[in-house]
Design a binder for this molecule. Structure first.
Ligand code: EPZ
Length: 419
C-alpha cells in the first residue's frame, strides 16, 4: 500500500490551481443517464471517485471516455437499470444514479450504499422523495428497488437538508408529471451546478441554492455540454495549508461566493485573505488565534472543512471549540492528531482543542479523505517526518495533492510500498 511522507517544510509560497469539484461532477455524471444522447462534461477532476462512477455507467451500458479533463458520456444504449454491490460499495455517491434511472426507465435497482467512517449515511430521505412521487420501493437482500408507472410531482419536505437526497429527487423529478417542490432542500453550490446542467438539458428547475426548489416536469431532455464548478473544499484545504505554514499562496480558479465561511474563519484566526477576480491570496500569520467552529449545511461552515481547521487550531494560541452537527462521527482524526502531540478532548458533538506551539511528526492513518488531507498538512508544520497511511482515501477526492503541495515548496513525496 502506498503512503505519503511529509517533512516539516518552509512556508508555502506560489500559486496552486484548483480542479473541478468532485461533489459537483458526481451527480452531474449520474444525470447524463437521463438522456439518450452524448453529454460532454468539462473540467472533470482526475479522481478515483470519477472513475468509479464512470465504471458504473459503463456497467449500465453507457460508453464513457475521459482524457483527464473532459468526460464524454454516450447514454444512448443503457441496457441495465441495476447497480451492483461491488460497484456501489466502493462509493456511496453511486446511489445518485437511482433518480436518473427511475426518471428515464421508471425502474431502478441499486445496492444499498454502505455507511462509512464518518457515519451511517442513511438514504431514508432519498426514498421518502421517490415514494412521494409515486414510486413503489422495496428494500431487501441489500438492494433498493424502485418502480413507478409514471412519476408525478409532489411536495417533499426533507427532515435534514441532505445534499444527496436533494440531488436524487431533483433528477427523478425532471420528467415527472406536474410540479415537485423540495422543501428544506440543501443549498450547496453543487446543487446549483447540477440544476444548471439539468436546465441546459431542457429541464425546469427553479430555486436551486435556496431551501425551496421547484421542478416542473418536461417531456423532452437533450444531451448538452457543461463545465463543472471549481472544488471549494480543495480550495479551502490549500488555504488552510497556507495559513498553517505562515505562507503566502494564491489559490487560483475559485468562486469566492462558495468559500465565504472559510475566508471568514481564516480572517478570524489572524490571516490576511485578498479576494481577486478568479482566486484568493492567503497570507499566514505568526500567531494563529483560537476560534470556534460549528459545521452546518450551506451556507454554514462546511463539514468537509472541519478536519482541516482542527489541524490548524492545534497550533493556535489558546482554546478552540469545534462542533460537528452534520455527521455523527467525524472526529476520527483526533487520535491521529494526538499522536502528533495535539491536545484535544472530545465532548459529545464538540472537540475542545488546546493549541500547542509544536506538533511532532508521527506515523498516522487517514480515515476519510478530508481527515487524510488534514494529516498531510499537519505534517508540513510538525517537527521531523510524518508518514500518512491509507492514502487511497485522499486520492478519492484530491487531484495530485502531493504534486500541488510540492510545487508550493512542501517537502513531500508518495512512496509505493513494495508488497
Ligand atoms: C455530500 O454527501 C458530500 N458528498 C459530502 O462530501 C458532504 O460531507 C455532505 O454532502 C454534506 O455536505 C458528495 O456530494 C458526493 P448528506 P451526502 O446527505 O449527500 C443525513 C466529502 O468529503 N441523511 O447531506 O451523503 C446523513 O446521515 C464528502 O467530499 C439522512 O439522515 O450528505 C448526514 O448526517 C464527505 N438521511 C446528513 O444527512 C438521508 O436520506 C448529511 O448527509 C440522507 C442523509
Amino acid at each position: 500500500m502506498a503512503y505519503i511522507v511529509v517533512k516539516e517544510s518552509k512556508p508555502l509560497r506560489g500559486t496552486v490551481r484548483i480542479s473541478g469539484s468532485k461533489n459537483a461532477v458526481l451527480p452531474i455524471i449520474a444525470a447524463t443517464l437521463l438522456v439518450d444522447g452524448v453529454s460532454v462534461i468539462k473540467s472533470v477532476p482526475d479522481l478515483r471517485d470519477v472513475s468509479v462512477m464512470s465504471d458504473l455507467l459503463r456497467y449500465l451500458g453507457a460508453k464513457v471516455e475521459y482524457d483527464g479533463e473532459t468526460l464524454i458520456v454516450d447514454a444512448r444504449e443503457i441496457k441495465d437499470t441495476e447497480a451492483p454491490y461491488n460497484l456501489v460499495n466502493k462509493m456511496r455517491a453511486s446511489f445518485l444514479v437511482m433518480g436518473s434511472l427511475l426518471s428515464r426507465f421508471n425502474t431502478a435497482k441499486i445496492s444499498m450504499p454502505g455507511g462509512c467512517a464518518i457515519g451511517t449515511r442513511p438514504i431514508d430521505l432519498h426514498l421518502k422523495g421517490f415514494r412521494a412521487m409515486g414510486a413503489e420501493i422495496v428494500s431487501d437482500h441489500g438492494y433498493v428497488e424502485a418502480h413507478a408507472e409514471k412519476l408525478s410531482g409532489s411536495k417533499i419536505y426533507l427532515d435534514f437538508p441532505s445534499v444527496g437526497a436533494t440531488e436524487n429527487i431533483m433528477m427523478a423529478a425532471v420528467r415527472a408529471e406536474g410540479i415537485t417542490t423540495i422543501e428544506n432542500a440543501a443549498e450547496e453550490p453543487e446543487i446549483v451546478d447540477l440544476a444548471n446542467f439539468l436546465n441546459k438539458m431542457g429541464a425546469k428547475v427553479r430555486g436551486a441554492g435556496t431551501n425551496t426548489i421547484k421542478i416542473t416536469g418536461v417531456e423532452k431532455l437533450e444531451a448538452v455540454e457543461h463545465t463543472v464548478i471549481p472544488d471549494r473544499i480543495e480550495a479551502g484545504t490549500y488555504m488552510v495549508a497556507a495559513a498553517m505554514t505562515k505562507g503566502d499562496v494564491f489559490v487560483d480558479n475559485v468562486i469566492i461566493d462558495h468559500i465565504k465561511p472559510v475566508v471568514a474563519k481564516l480572517i478570524e484566526v489572524g490571516c490576511t485573505v485578498e479576494e481577486h477576480e478568479n482566486g484568493v491570496r492567503v497570507i499566514g500569520t505568526d500567531k494563529i488565534m483560537p476560534t470556534n467552529i460549528k459545521t452546518l449545511p450551506h451556507p454554514g461552515f462546511p463539514t468537509d472543512m472541519q478536519s482541516q481547521f482542527m489541524a490548524m487550531l492545534c497550533m493556535a494560541e489558546g482554546k478552540s471549540t469545534i462542533t460537528e452537527t452534520v455527521f455523527e462521527n467525524r472526529f476520527m482524526n483526533v487520535p491521529e492528531l494526538i499522536r502528533m502531540g495535539a491536545n484535544i478532548e472530545i465532548n459529545g458533538k464538540s472537540a475542545i482543542v488546546e493549541g500547542r506551539d509544536k506538533l511532532t511528526g508521527s506515523e498516522v492513518m487517514a480515515t476519510d479523505l478530508r481527515a487524510g488531507a488534514a494529516l498531510v498538512i499537519s505534517g508540513l508544520v510538525a517537527e521531523g517526518e510524518t508518514i500518512v497511511k491509507n492514502i487511497y482515501h485522499i486520492e478519492r477526492g484530491y487531484v495530485d495533492l502531493v504534486g500541488k503541495l510540492s510545487r508550493l515548496g512542501a517537502e513531500i513525496c508518495k512512496v509505493e510500498e513494495s508488497v
